[in-house]
Structure formats: structure tokens, C-alpha cells
Design a protein around this ligand. Sequence first.
Ligand code: ME8
Length: 650
Amino acid sequence: MTKPTYYITTPIYYPSDKLHIGHAYCTTIADTLARFHRAKGEEVFFLTGSDEHGLKIQRKAQEKGITPIEYVDAIIANFKQLWNELNISNNDFIRTSEERHHKVVQDVLTKIFEQGDIYKKNYEGLYCVPCESYWLERQLVDGKCPDCGRPVEKMQEESYFFKLSKYQDWWLQFIEENPNFIQPASRRNEMINFVKQGLEDLCITRTTFDWGIPVPFDKKHVVYVWFDALLNYLTGIKYGTDDAMFNKFWPASLHLVGKEIVRFHTIIWPIMLKAMGVELPQKVYGHGWLVIDGDKMSKSKGNVIDPLALIDEFGADAIRYFLLREIVFGNDGNFSRDALITRINSDLANDLGNLLHRTVSMIEKYHGGVVTNAGVSEAVDEDLQALVKTTVANFEKDMDAMEINSAIKGVWALISRANKYIDETGPWILAKDEAKAARLQTVMYNLAETLRVVAILVAPFIPSTSPKIYTQLGLEVPAEFLLTDAEFGKMESTKVQKGEPLYPRIEIAEDGATIIGGKRYEPKVEAPAPAVEEPKIEMEPIKEEITIDAFEKIDLRVGTVKAAEKVKKSKKLLKLQVMIGEEERTIVSGIAQYYEPEALIGRNVIVIANLAPAKLFGIESFGMLLAASDGNGNLVLADAPGMASGSRVK
Ligand code: ME8
């Protein structure tokens, strides 16, 4: 019988910098789901990798005076080390710089181009080089630039566009017919609202840099990095080169991604696949973000958490457990060292570690290490056994529904119950009475057997702990912990072997150092990265007082960016299409040095909605965006995430 298959992917991360705890979070969830499906006996393919092209990487390499591939090679070594130390069980690691991927991207582009879904758009205009401006014929003064009076030149630029707009109605219908495609549901609603505002065709080629996959039918261009990156999910399972492999695993069961890239995965990606005539993945799940002690992770704050250092201090399983247990899957969550240490001490060292330690110690003490089911049962045993059974059933149900926190809580409820069972049955009292020998055996067996089932259930979360539990229980460690073995009573007898504590308790010294298993880890003082320290600003004087009535005249609204592009030949300007409620406006904004146009699409901004229109570089702009700037070259757009477009800002 052929096994059911399960294909799961993580985002392929940018190797612009080392990975942080947020990346480790996403990959840990994917790994846990992959392991769970293997435990169900499915054939799993789990793919992760690196998204290596684009201007960002090219610039980073230039800053270091090395080639982009030299730059990314060094960082990929860090990716692989992290996944290895975190015990990530990916089946392959895809790099978009690999030849196998270039071929897929170029083949797909050619196919879509030939069928007419990609077209070239020419921008043509009269260009004043010193002013970096395009002008219309009628705007010229005596045939010359209206600004500087110098001669203009005829110029044209071209880009290739993918016809997203053509597929808008199909997309809306698909989403309606497949309500579970985008999860959680809140993200689905966001995407529907976004598409209903109208899809613009997507510019999918670039000529301003060359670190990318050449467009096969026009080698001056390289492929836009997202169009390139999304196709990794096909390359990884040998699309176009091994049909048997591809057909086995496609459509993907789950693309797990962070909430900020749900739009790429649920709008652009399905439309690309539709255009290619390839089936759509079954599900895209947008998980929440990790913040650090309540604050966004950033280099300037010095709060970027390096997962490798954490693993060195606390061990991979402890970090995995914390991430999976503490953060409600789907929501944003907080990472703090204090919470991590509390979780390790209470759940891992106390609850699980002690249960194993007490059980194995008692079996050694009372029965020379050997345990068999002597069959002298009491009501309390049935209660424990019934809980084992319901825990296994609920675990499978929760994990199938990706209710990871609930699955973990269920297993820990069983662990607590087993600890309570020790107190209820009082083995030390039974041990004093010869006549109770068989009862004592039964109690010990029930504990060992519960622990054996627990080891199977926790294997997807803390995979290096389960073999340790098995070894201490004297059982042979299987190649795979299978759920079919999580059945109470399957173990006949065993001879336990006491080992090291599973999780030594973490002590905190007065100076803040952690002491784990006798080893001291110096207190962590996170030094902010010097190069990007919070800038000191020369604050501009506050302007003269105004009345509330004067302020009331300014109509501030939440707008949603629908499309964004660079203003030709301007370094500073972006041309945005912004929806304010039902109304679409063109707004030209001087933010090109701070934001990539693609990054703005779908984002909320704050617009001065009743500002008199102004012409910038020949484009009429209807409104202005609010942004904070410090005069030191830093600028951040004001934002109102999650608010309906058109909402008033007061
Ligand atoms: O977006 N909390 O790569 P990327 C939780 N290359 N998860 C976080 C996080 C945080 N603070 N920060 C990052 C890219 N992540 C593209 C993907 S896929 C075809 C291309 C996780 O290196 C989260 O899963 O910026 C997020 O979606 C991903 O890292 C972004 O990684």
C-alpha cells in the first residue's frame, strides 16, 4: 500500500544576515509538523532553503568587496549549522542560486511568456538628464526642460509585467470555493479585501542590477526576486525533471510562512501556478511574529537573538519546547529569557524530568530495575490508562488541526496526572508490605508505560529527548517514533537504566549568570550593534502654537497602498496608488530611498487627504503620506496596521 504523502515548506530565508530566533521559530514549527506526519506513517518531504538573489544581497556583497555568491556561501554555512543544531529534519535544502532552480525559473518564464501572460511595457518620454525627469511634449518650454531650460532627450525603458489582473476574478472564486486555503481566517479576510480593491499587473523583471536569474528571452533583465523565490517550492521536488517525484508530493500540503509574506503566497503564487497550469497547494498558513521582551527585534536595539547561542546554553530541545509551547500558534508572541528559564524549570525539569527520574529510580530500588505488568489493577490505574488513551486521540486531532499548543498542553496534563498517580498510589508504602509486591509491580509498570507513550508523543516537539527516555526505560530506540506504538500496554517488560537528568534545573546566580548542570553561562548583556546605534538627533524647534480648529482642518485618513513604482529617473520619488475607502488616488512620495515599492503594497499608510494637489516630476499627486524622519537620513512611514482603509486619524 502506498503511504499518504505530506509536503511541507518553510519560507526560504534571505542570506543577507545570520538567522535569528524568528527564523528558528518558523522552521521549528515546520519541523514539528513534518515529524508528526512521519509519526503517522506518512511519507514526508520537508523543504527549507535560501532566497539568494536581489539587490539587497548584491549591495551587502559590494559593501564587503566580495562577490554575491561568496557573500551568501558564508551565510548559508550558518543556516545549515543552525538547522543541524536545532535538529531540523528537512529532506532537502534549496538554494535559489543553484542551476536546478535557474532552469525551473527560466522554463516557467518562457512558458508563461509564450502563452501571452507576460508582456513588455515601454515607458517612453522626453527626459531631462540633469533634472532626472520625464516630461510630456506639451510641458516643454520652447522644446526644452521647463525646470532648467536645458535640452531634453527621447528615452525609453522597458520592463516585463505578469498579468495578475487577468486572474483576479478567478482568484476570488477560488478563495470562495476553498475557504481553508488561507489560514488563519483573519489573514484570509485581509487578502480578500486586498484583491477586491483591484489587482495590478506585477513587474517581474529588473535591469538596475544583475544578481538574479537572467530572463531567457531578454538577457538584459533579471527576474524579480519574489517570482524567482516562490518557484523554489517546485524545484525542491524536481518539477520538470522527475515527474514521479513531483507528482508524488505536489500539491504541497502546507506552505508555512510569516504573516508578512502571506500576500505573496496566497495571491501571486496561486496566480503563477494557475498561469502555468499547475495545481494549487492545499494550504498557506501565516504564523505570527516573535517580539523580544515586548519589543520588535532590531539590530539597532541590540535585541536580535542568536539561536545558536541559546542552543549552546539551554540545548535545542528546550528552545524548541519554549517556542512551541509559549507562543500561541498564529498569534504574535513574546520571547524572554525569564519566561524561557521558567518553562524549562517547570515543564521540562520538574514535570517531565522528575517523572522519569522518580519512575526509573523506584524501579531500580524496588525491583532491581526490572518491570513487568503484574496485572493487579485498581480504579486509579484505569483512570490513568483512560487518560493515556484520550491524550493520544486528542493529540492526533490537535496536531492535524495544527493546534500545536493544545497538543502540548494535553501531553503535559498526562505528565502531571502521572506524577499525581505516584502520590496517590504511594509506592514507598507498598514497598514496605510483602503482600503488595504485585501491586507495586503494576504501579511501576503503569508509570513506565505512560512514560513510553509520552516519549512517542513528545518526539515531534523535542526529538532528542524521546530517545533519552526510551534508553532510560531500557527500550530500543526506534528509527521513527510511530503513533501506532502509542498504545497503552504494548510494552511487555523491560529493564530500566537510570541516566543523567533529562533537563538539569537552571539556577540563576546573583550576577544574572545561569548555572546549568554545574556549568556557568555569563550574564547576557546584549550590546547594541555599534554601527547602527540609535541616532542622536538635532531636534527641530517645535512650531508655533495652533488652535484645535486649525488642526481639525487637516483631514488625516488611513489609506492602503494598492500599487507602487519608482518614478522614472528620480532617485527619491515613488508613485503610489492608494485606496482611501473606495477612492483611489495617485500620491507621489519622497520615500524611494527608504522603501522598495513591492514592500509597500498592501500596507496601510496615513494620508493627508485634503491637501491641495501638487505636481511632482510631471505627476499630479493627491495627498501626502505622514512619516517620521530624524534629519539623519532615517525615515519611517506612519502606519495603522489592521485599520480599515478610509478610517479617520485624529
Ligand atoms: O521573506 N518572528 O525571507 P526572510 C517570527 N526570502 N518569524 C519571523 C520573524 C519574527 N520576528 N522574523 C522572520 C523572506 N521570521 C523571503 C521568503 S519564500 C518564497 C521567500 C520568519 O529571511 C517568518 O517565517 O525575511 C518570515 O516569513 C520569514 O522568517 C522571513 O524570512
